[in-house]
Structures are given as C-alpha cells and as structure tokens.
Write a protein that binds this ligand. Structure first.
Ligand SMILES: [Fe+2]
Ligand SMILES: [Fe+2]
Length: 222
C-alpha cells in the first residue's frame, strides 16, 4: 500500500513580525532559560561554525520536539480540565501541534538540501533523545520556563537564518534551486532558490518565537 505523504501548503508568508525583537529577561525563570539557551548556542557555534546546512538540520531536529511535548502535556490538561469542569485554553495544544508539524517541514526541507553524514545522523539521534527527555522534565517542572526557553531558542534561530542569508547574499554559500517540497509547502514560485526558502523559514521561526514568549507570559500572570 502506498504511503500517503500529501503536503498541506503553509499559506501566505507571515510578514508582520519584527526580526530584531527580543524578550527582555525578567526574573529567575527567564534568566535560567536564557542561560540554558546561550550555553546550547555556544556549543552549537563551536561545533558547526559556518556549516549552516548541518546546523539547520540539527536545529530543526531539536526544534520539532518542544511543540510535540507541549502539545501532548496541554492535551492531557485539556482532558483533565474537561472532566473537572475547570476553564482552560484548549487551543494551546493545537497551536503547539501545528508548530511541531511546521518544524518537521523545515527539517524535511533541509534534509533535501544537506545530505547529513553518518556521524551527523548519529549525533542527531543522540541529541533528539537527550533533548526530548530533558525538555519533558522541564515542561513537567515549569511550563513557563520551558516556553520561555523555546522563545529564546527561536530568537537564536531567527539570528542564525539571518546569518545564513547574509552568507548567501555575499556568495560565501551556494544558492541552489529550492527543493520541490519547499515550493509546494510555502507556495514559492517555480524559480525559487534556497534564499527564498530561508526567508520563509525565518518568518516561521519569528512566529514560533512570538507564540512561545506569549504563552510563557500568559503562564506567568495566571
Ligand atoms: Fe524551524
Ligand atoms: Fe521554530
């Protein structure tokens, strides 16, 4: 039986986000999230340096998990709150599930562009297991800190894709044709290139950044 693998188009590009916007750190929870994000970034910078393709594959492998974990735990809360009659934001689980599906499309796109080596694949599998366990533990301990951490990671993703664009524009990095999967998903023209794909992905990351910081703020004022 053939495997169904239809791509649901993403829709129009989100253009109302501010590229340079950053959440101002407030309180211990924010500072903890920021420190975790910065130490992860430090390790990634040392390891990948200017290998933006490999860096994107690793980033997107990890990025698909917070939405999945958040969606699962929020759905469990939805079920409990439905049973007990407690008011709850039932849309959060759907929003986070959509985010994880969107991140998976980022990963599928970069796998088409960058063929990871066996060593990189092994690293990705290890990173996935480690991040899934630690992020789930953080989500159980403090949802607010977990969403703030994702918000900070997304800020760095926006920065990373801006650097990637600069490298393409200055011709330090190649600008091949966009993969078909990306053209279909983001509704890009037939002559679209990697540059158009990076712009589309960066717009998605800005949306994830804003959504996760908003959820963290909502959780902190409850
Ligand atoms: Fe992403
Ligand atoms: Fe993201």
């Amino acid at each position: 039986m053939a495997i169904k693998n239809d791509i649901m188009p993403r829709g129009p590009l989100q253009t109302d986000h501010d590229i340079n916007w950053r959440w101002p750190c407030r309180g211990l929870s924010d500072r903890f999230a920021w420190a975790v994000c910065q130490s992860t970034k430090f390790a990634a910078d040392r390891f990948f340096q200017k290998c933006y393709g490999s860096r994107a594959v690793m980033l997107e492998t990890i990025a698909a998990m917070p939405g999945m974990v958040g969606s699962t735990f929020n759905r469990l809360s939805d079920i409990r709150d439905t049973v007990t009659g407690r008011p709850h934001d039932h849309s959060r689980s759907d929003t986070l599930y959509e985010e994880s599906k969107n991140e998976l499309m980022h990963l599928k796109t970069f796998i088409e562009i960058t063929q990871p080596s066996m060593a990189e694949k092994a690293l990705i599998f290890g990173a996935q297991a480690m991040f899934f366990l630690t992020f789930s533990a953080l989500y159980i301990t403090s949802r607010k800190t977990a969403h703030r951490l994702v918000g900070f990671i997304e800020e760095e993703a926006v920065n990373s894709y801006t650097s990637y664009l600069r490298e393409i524009d200055e011709r330090y990095m190649p600008n091949p044709d966009a993969p078909e999967i990306a053209k279909k998903y983001w509704g890009l023209p037939q002559d679209a290139t990697l540059r158009d794909v990076v712009i589309a992905i960066r717009a998605d990351e800005m949306e994830h950044r804003d959504v996760n910081h908003r959820i963290a703020t909502e959780l902190s004022i409850r």
